[in-house]
Design a protein around this ligand. Structure first.
Ligand code: ADP
Ligand code: MG
Length: 246
C-alpha cells in the first residue's frame, strides 16, 4: 500500500484513529456511540479493546476496519488516510490487508467451507485456481483440510470459528480484527481459538485487535484500551509511555 508522503523514519502505525466520533440518529434522537477517540496501533501489536456492553467497542473496531464511516475524524491505514482511497482500494484493504473474526461467524451455512474461505479472495478478484490453492493451504495449516467440502452448517462451533480464522487468513492479512471471537464457544474450544490468534500475532507478526469483555483474554494481550460511554478512559500503552518519560 502506498503512503501519502515518502517517509524515511520509522514505519507509520498500522492503524490510527484521529479524533474519531460516530453518532447515530439526529436532533433529540442523536446518540453518540463514540466521541473523539484517538489511538495508534503499531504493526505487530496485540491490542485488546475492552469495556462494558454498549461502550462503543464494536463501533470503534468497525471504523478502524473501514467497515463503517465516522461522523467525524479520520482513520489512517499504514499512514494513508482512508478517505483518500477509492472504493476499489478500500475493497482491497478489507479483503487482503485485513482479516475478520467475529463472534457470529458470518459463514454462509449452505456453502462449503472452501467456498466460505475463498470469499474474500473472490471479492478481491483472485483467480479461481489460485484462491482454491490458497484456501486449501490455509485450511491445512489449521487442521481443517478434511472439512473443505463440508457445508458450513454441519460444523461444530469450534470448527466454524477455525473456518472463520482460515477465511481471515486467506488474503494473507497484516491485521486481524476479532470481535468477541470466543463469545459463542465453550471455554475449551475458546482457548484453542485464542491460542490460534495469539500464534498468528507471535509467529507471523500479524497485528491483532481483539474486542472482548473477557478480562482474562484482554490480560493476555500486550495492551488494553478501555472504553466507557464511547470514550477511551485508559490505555495501558499510554500509561507505559507516561511512566517512561516521567
Ligand atoms: P459494544 O460493542 O461496546 O457493546 P457498540 O459499539 O456495539 O458497543 O455500541 C455502542 C452504542 O451504540 C450502543 O449503545 C448501541 O446501542 C449503539 N449503536 C450501535 N450501532 C447502532 C446503530 N446502527 N444505530 C443506533 N445505535 C447504535
Ligand atoms: Mg460489540
Amino acid at each position: 500500500m502506498t503512503r501519502d508522503t515518502p517517509h524515511d523514519g520509522p514505519p507509520p502505525p498500522a492503524l490510527e484513529a484521529i479524533g474519531l466520533s460516530k453518532h447515530y440518529g439526529s436532533g433529540a434522537g442523536r446518540f453518540d456511540a463514540l466521541s473523539d477517540v484517538s489511538l495508534s496501533i503499531q504493526a505487530g501489536e496485540c491490542v485488546a479493546i475492552v469495556g462494558k456492553s454498549g461502550s462503543g467497542k464494536s463501533t470503534l473496531m468497525h471504523l478502524l476496519a473501514v467497515l463503517d464511516e465516522p461522523s467525524q475524524g479520520q482513520v489512517r491505514i499504514h499512514g494513508t488516510d482512508a478517505r483518500s482511497l477509492s472504493a476499489r482500494a478500500l475493497n482491497r484493504v478489507r479483503n487482503r490487508e485485513f482479516g475478520f473474526v467475529f463472534q457470529q461467524f458470518f459463514l454462509n451455512a449452505q456453502q462449503s467451507v472452501l467456498e466460505n474461505v475463498t470469499l474474500p479472495l473472490t471479492i478481491a478478484g483472485v483467480r479461481r485456481a489460485a484462491r482454491r490453492a490458497r484456501a486449501l493451504e490455509v485450511l491445512g495449516s489449521l487442521d481443517l483440510a478434511e472439512k473443505a467440502t463440508a457445508k458450513a452448517v454441519t460444523l461444530s462451533g469450534g470448527q466454524k470459528q477455525r473456518s472463520v480464522i482460515a477465511r481471515a487468513l486467506a488474503g494473507d492479512p497484516s491485521v486481524i480484527f476479532a470481535d468477541e471471537p470466543t463469545g459463542n464457544l465453550d471455554s475449551q474450544t475458546g482457548a484453542i481459538v485464542e491460542e490460534m490468534l495469539f500464534a498468528l500475532n507471535r509467529e507471523k507478526g500479524i497485528t491483532l485487535v481483539i474486542v472482548t469483555h473477557d478480562d482474562e483474554l484482554a490480560a493476555r494481550c500486550d495492551r488494553q484500551v478501555v472504553l466507557r460511554d464511547g470514550r477511551i478512559i485508559s490505555d495501558s500503552a499510554a500509561a507505559v509511555l507516561e511512566e517512561a518519560t516521567r
